[in-house]
Ligand binder design. Structure first.
Ligand code: GLA
Length: 361
């Protein structure tokens, strides 16, 4: 698709998102629904750049960290809003073996490989396959050997916003060689829409009775542990700040989603999380087909990056809820499988459902 400079397609809200260092133009597409919710997605990194939702008084604010131009994304952010792949989260020492062949991936996080490497799916310009007023379909082909991964991997991600304030993200992929895959979206939420506020007052439910404990380098030790009687217990609505003080620097853990609760099912997806800001009344409900969710409280945000309007982005001022398979799965045979075979289609879906709650007295 060819989008020229300043080309503004009113009907589909397609806009120039600025130029990459190599001169290519990037694009941002804004999806709008009948309730006034607006979600912008750029084809650079298949990135959600803004989500504007109403609070309980009908005041719209952007509730994710994002920018209105590609430059800060190309310079590098901690994955603000991006599509993460080929493998979201960590692969220990960047190594895994498939059918007796050992593969080595770039080490970009301490001793380990994180989020697909330094030029993962978050750093490339995706092709725009289709734009409708409430839907955009992006596609890319990651060649055999890209960031060390085997196989030509074709990936599609579709963002659809319906009139009930559901943003559905559907991922699909296929390969011509066995390869690990784990795709997620890395949006940083603050439901107050004001990134000067910490997220400590937000209330969280995670539909997870277990999590994957990690070592000092954030690699799962291979077992599942019950959250009961620990700071990881978010099975009932819990104020994040009450639990975060019992962790060394915040949450950065994968929770194992309980999938057997049938009445929680939502069109084949299971309820994963409910996040509420009691002050604005904004609520985010997350449903997914994935077995896990990484709850990350922005522990590495340290004020050096700023928001679009120049505010420093400090620790714990935004959080991520990344639906995913478990970290380091290619090296953990007991974790759900992440190896995609040629001839099969990878599918994964997540819904972010935006609601408002009434005031509690
Ligand atoms: C993930 C990881 C964190 C951190 C952030 C990006 O969610 O789990 O440890 O690397 O991405 O800063």
């Amino acid at each position: 698709m060819n989008c020229n400079s300043n080309n503004n397609n009113e009907k589909n809200n397609v806009n120039n998102f600025g130029y990459l260092n190599d001169g290519r133009v990037s694009t941002v597409i804004t999806l709008k629904n009948s309730q006034g919710t607006e979600i912008s997605v750029s084809n650079f990194g298949a990135t959600i750049t803004s989500i504007k939702t109403a609070d309980r008084d009908g005041v719209f604010k952007n509730i994710v960290i994002g920018y209105s131009n590609v430059t800060p994304y190309e310079k590098g952010t901690p994955y603000f809003g991006a599509t993460i792949g080929r493998f979201a989260n960590r692969i220990a020492k960047g190594k895994f073996t498939i059918d007796n062949t050992e593969y080595s991936l770039p080490i970009n996080n301490g001793n380990h490989h994180l989020h697909g490497g330094d030029k993962g799916l978050d750093k490339i310009l995706w092709d725009i396959e289709k734009i409708d007023p409430q839907q955009v379909l992006l596609k890319t082909i990651s060649a055999d050997g890209d960031m060390g991964y085997p196989g030509d991997l074709t990936v599609q991600v579709k963002f659809s916003l319906d009139n009930n304030n559901n943003l559905r993200i559907d991922y699909q992929a296929n390969t011509n060689k066995k390869t690990p895959i784990n795709l997620t979206n890395h949006s940083y939420f603050n439901l107050s829409g004001d990134f000067r506020n910490q997220i400590n007052n937000h209330e969280l439910i995670l539909n997870a009775t277990q999590y994957t404990p990690i070592d000092s380098e954030f690699i799962p030790i291979g077992e599942l542990r019950y959250v009961r009687d620990t700071p990881f217990d978010f099975t009932k609505s819990t104020i994040i700040g009450k639990q975060i003080i019992h962790t060394p620097s915040g949450f950065d853990h994968n929770f194992v989603l309980d999938k057997e609760i049938e009445h929680e099912m939502y069109n084949d997806l299971y309820r994963a999380a409910t996040l509420t800001d009691p002050i604005s009344g904004r609520q985010l409900q997350i449903y997914t087909t994935e077995p896990g969710i990484q709850f990350y409280t922005g522990n590495f945000l340290n004020g050096t990056l700023t928001t679009e309007n120049g505010q420093p982005i400090n620790k714990h001022t935004a959080l991520c809820l990344e639906t995913q398979h478990f970290p380091n799965s290619p090296n953990e045979p007991l974790f759900p499988n992440t190896i995609l075979d040629p001839g099969t289609i990878f599918r994964s879906s997540t819904i972010y459902s935006f609601k408002v709650t009434s005031k509690q007295f």
